[in-house]
Design a protein around this ligand. Structure first.
Ligand code: CA
Length: 243
């Protein structure tokens, strides 16, 4: 249960077809004490994720066979795994963020190994915190706001009676926003609280997750305050009981 222990025993799947980058990343992550497996194409990555159940995945977008987007879809359909996505250019990152796919963080090549390690550590800490929170609050009653139900103990969310399948990061972001209704939280605040990541360069990651939450739960609940951040507007309509 000591956080250092489980973080250092983490298993990381590295998906990268460029041999030089794959080796360098694998070497660096192994030096951190993590178990590392490398996959060189998308289908191998999906198989490896099912087999080794990694704690996090470093995933290159441009891959032979199926690309990083499809890999993300297939892996997340089985089990929510935190994904740090590697892109070739900033505009590629923008495009992916626009799509609101389920990656937790993005880095543009070339990146520093130090930053990669720092971000992975932040990802793993978040997952761990999430697991501890679940264990700590097994009997906390679900939070009900209009037709929205957030069950922290079960980590499940329903809107109008329909379950929304959120990634761990999306869930944490929703919990954070909904804990301060009608209050504007800046992207930097959200980044620090949810991502455990103090660098403001990640604010676009916040935007992509807001987009995903709106897609999954409806666009009326989270208000954009331009140039500042986001505010949670609790749904006012109670759930309509089926006739
Ligand atoms: Ca590639």
């Amino acid at each position: 249960m000591v956080s250092e222990t489980s973080t250092s025993k983490a298993t990381i799947l590295v998906v990268e077809d460029e041999q030089v980058i794959a080796s360098a990343v694998a070497q660096r992550l192994t030096a951190e004490g993590w178990r590392v497996e490398v996959a060189r194409d998308g289908l191998t990555a999906v198989d490896a994720a099912a087999r080794i159940q990694p704690d996090a995945i470093v995933l290159d977008v441009m891959l032979p066979g199926i690309d990083g987007l499809e890999v993300t879809r297939r892996i997340q359909a089985e089990r929510p795994v935190p994904i740090l996505m590697l892109t070739a250019r900033d505009d590629e990152t923008d495009m992916l963020i626009g799509l609101g796919i389920g990656a937790d963080d993005y880095m543009t090549k070339p990146f520093s190994m130090r930053e990669l390690v720092a971000r992975l550590k932040a990802l793993l800490r978040r997952v761990e915190r999430t697991q501890q929170a679940t264990v700590a609050a097994p009997s906390e009653p679900p939070l009900m706001m209009g037709d929205l139900v957030i069950d922290k103990a079960q980590r499940r969310v329903h809107r109008a009676g329909v379950e929304a399948h959120l990634t761990p990061t999306e869930f944490e972001l929703l919990v954070m926003l909904s804990s301060s209704p009608k209050t504007v939280l800046t992207r930097e605040q959200l980044l620090a609280e949810v991502w455990d990541w103090a660098d403001a360069s990640g604010t676009r990651t916040v935007d992509s997750h807001i987009k995903a939450l709106r897609r999954k739960l409806g666009s009326d609940m989270i208000r954009t305050v331009h140039g500042v951040g986001y505010a949670f507007e609790p749904p006012t309509h109670a759930m309509v009981e089926p006739a």
